[in-house]
Design a binder for this molecule. Sequence first.
Ligand SMILES: [Zn+2]
Length: 139
Amino acid sequence: MDTRTPVQRRFIMQSVKSFDTKPELAVRKLLTQLGYRYRLHNKSLPGKPDIVMPGLKTIFFVHGCFWHGHLCKKGRLPKSNLAFWRPKIRANKLRDSAHLKALKKGGWRVRVIWECQLKKPEKLRQFVSKAMHTDLKRE
Ligand SMILES: [Zn+2]
């Protein structure tokens, strides 16, 4: 018998299926519409960024709200099994911020797009355009 909760099961599924998830595909589509070209899953960079634009020195991570501990409705921890979830999500967040720091140190402009941002395509479009037009030196 499978004794895992639905959330635990989802967690396991998400960690297995980390490539070409739906949110990431949506972001890729948007970037293409905006006329940007990118590369995927650069394994030599910290955190194996989802979307890399080498010429523009820009990186986008597409993060699932739950898995990466976003401060939104979807990122809330379940009430049950807190002892299981809290350390896991916390470890993920620590890892994320370490990757971010390392990339910024390497001169990259790094942006995180959260899964929940995809629900508002117009806002996401603005977010991405703004990111691309920020002067790197001033970050
Ligand atoms: Zn979120």
